[in-house]
Structures are given as C-alpha cells and as structure tokens.
Design a protein around this ligand. Structure first.
Ligand SMILES: Nc1ncnc2c1ncn2[C@@H]1O[C@H](COP(=O)(O)OC(=O)[C@@H](N)Cc2c[nH]c3ccccc23)[C@@H](O)[C@H]1O
Length: 315
C-alpha cells in the first residue's frame, strides 16, 4: 500500500489532476513491482490493496483511466523497442539501480536495470504530455524524454516530449535514516509509514524516528535532517506552512513533537483507512475496476502502438 511519501508527493496531486485535466491515466504498476522479489500470493494481494488505497484516497475511475499495467501487454512490447534505443551505461548510472542493486547482493537483475525503460514505455505508449512525479523520479523522466527524442530523430517526429509536473512537497525521508527517501522497499519496518497503518503502528514509528541530540524543534534539512523531516510531514498533512508549524510547536521538545506529528498523521489518514477496509471487502469490485480500466487503456494505446510498429518497420 502507498506510504506517506507516495501520498504527499504524488497521490494527493493525482486527485486534483483528475478534476483539472480531460485525459488522465493512473496505473497499478505490477510489472515494475516484480523487480523486487515477491511471493505470488503477496503480489496478488498487493495489487488489490493498492487499488483499494488509491480509490480510498479519492482517485475516481469515472474521471480517469485506472488500470493494471500487466493487463495491457503493449507496455512490455513498447519497452522492448525503447530498450533497443537505450544505452546500458546510461541505465547503470541511475541512482535507483545502484541503491536497489546493493540490496540484491550487488547482483541486480535485468528487470531492475531496465525498469526505467519500462517506465518510459508506460508514458510514451499513450503519447503522454505531462507526468506527475515526485523529485525522486526526475532522472527517470529525463530518460523518458531522451528516449522520446531519440525515437523522433530516428523515425520522424512522433512522441511529444513529456514534461514533469513536480509536486510541491519535498521528498519525504525514511524515519530510520533521514538521509534517504521513505521507500516501499525499505527492509526496516519502522522506516516507512503506510497510509493504512493502525494508530498504534503510527505512534510507534514516530516515537522511534531518528532525530538528533538537540531537543528544540527547528527546520534545517542540511544539519538536522531528522527533525526537519518531521516538520515537513507535519506541514504536508495539516496543509500549514513550515513557518506556521514551527510557530505552533514552539516550546515543545522533539519527544513531544514526535507525538504531535503522529497524531496529525493519524487524523489525516483515519477516514482513508476506514474506506480502504471497506473497499478491501469487495474484491470483485476491485478486480472489475482494474479490468474495465485496462480495456479503456488498450483502446487508447492500440492506434498509437500500431503507428509505432509501422514506423520501426514491423509492418
Ligand atoms: N519518499 C517520497 N517522498 C515524496 N514522494 C515520493 C516518495 N517516494 C515515492 N514518491 C512519489 O510517489 C510516486 C510513486 O513512487 P514509486 O517509487 O512507487 O514510483 C516509481 O518507482 C515509479 N518508477 C513508478 C512508475 C512506473 N511507471 C511510471 C510512469 C510514469 C510515472 C511513474 C511511473 C512517484 O511519483 C514518486 O515520486
């Protein structure tokens, strides 16, 4: 299920975008998910849980395309074509490869290495013009832009060069190591707050959050990354500015402040958590949402992919 970073850096904006834009696609990236080893039963459950969470956050399949990536096989087909336009050294330089490969005994898989190419295919298969992402994904989007330009140069102007819509929320950091981003794949259970966590889990994770030896609450990400991360989270979930949050917290020590932030997170996600639980009970509804969305996505992709086949010489 999504974590605080996903919600504050991404999903919150997605809900607004579906209101503002006429053609918006959101996808449960189950093929990307395989890049980190998973038991089949776990993956199956994650797909449904993520869908329930996304719907509970306010994504409305009537206002957007919401679908499961692997139900639209053209993502993989296009990734192959785009992979043939991408240099291996470029992929080897990407920080996510280096980081995640380290967690696989430094023996990353082909899937992990070429994952950003699949991401480019996710975007270009629909001739997308704008991609809402957090700043951690900027390098991947730059790769998609370069691949689009490379394709256009080789085969003639075809893909729009997709632009990032960057979220205003800064990267949310791990609660155990505030120098790295909060991440789904973090092996430390206390590092990542999921939006469906129980109040007790949320309190525990914030209580154990790594800060420093100064008890005052200040915002200085460079020299005090731990407490500054808490301030960022507090501001983002309450909708207040950093200044307002600091003003409210004047006089608190970090131990008390952690509980204030935990409480604000609990408050923010209580209704979403209840809605997730309700949606999880209706598995067939979740499956149908993803299948209906995939049919719509396939229709949108078909003529574009047909043209790509012609351009590269498959037809
Ligand atoms: N700690 C954090 N703080 C703030 N924002 C964060 C944090 N962690 C994640 N995000 C944002 O959440 C979205 C999904 O993140 P993923 O890492 O699953 O997201 C990823 O790993 C992508 N490769 C998924 C993907 C696959 N295909 C695509 C095509 C277009 C856009 C995205 C994709 C992202 O917007 C990300 O910026």
């Amino acid at each position: 299920t999504p974590h605080l970073g996903n919600y504050l850096g991404a999903i919150q904006n997605w809900v607004n975008l579906q209101e503002e834009c006429s053609s918006v696609l959101y996808s449960i990236m189950d093929m990307h998910s395989l890049t980190m080893p998973k038991e089949p039963a776990v993956l199956r459950q994650n797909i449904l849980d993520t869908t329930a969470a996304i719907l509970a956050c306010g994504i409305d399949p009537k206002k957007c395309f919401l679908f499961r990536q692997s139900l639209v096989p053209k993502h993989a087909e296009l990734a192959w074509i785009l992979g043939c336009l991408t240099n291996v050294p470029r992929l080897l330089r990407l920080p996510q490869w280096k980081m995640k490969r380290a967690s696989q005994n430094n023996e990353g898989t082909v899937g992990l290495l070429t994952y950003p190419v699949l991401q480019a295919a996710d975007i270009l298969l629909y001739k997308s013009t704008h991609v809402p992402v957090g700043e951690d994904q900027v390098l991947h989007l730059e790769l998609a832009q370069d691949i689009a330009q490379h394709f256009n140069k080789k085969y003639g102007e075809f893909f729009p060069v997709p632009k990032a819509i960057l979220s205003t929320t800064k990267k949310i950091k791990s609660l155990r190591d505030p120098t790295v981003k909060m991440s789904k794949s973090d092996p430390q259970k206390l590092a990542t707050v999921n939006i469906a966590d129980s109040p007790d889990e949320i309190v525990l994770k914030f209580r154990k959050a790594v800060t420093d030896f100064t008890s005052e609450v200040t915002y200085d990400p460079a020299s005090r990354p731990g407490v500054s991360n808490l301030v960022s989270i507090h501001a983002a979930v309450t909708g207040l500015s950093i200044k307002e949050v600091l003003h409210q917290s004047a006089g608190l020590d970090t131990a008390h402040y952690k509980m204030v932030v935990a409480e604000s997170v609990i408050q923010k996600f209580a209704p979403i958590r209840n809605e997730i639980k309700k949606l999880q009970e209706d598995k067939s509804h979740l499956i149908k949402v993803l299948e209906d969305g995939a049919e719509k996505a396939k229709e949108l992709a078909a003529p574009i992919y047909q043209e790509i086949r012609r351009l590269v010489g498959f037809q």
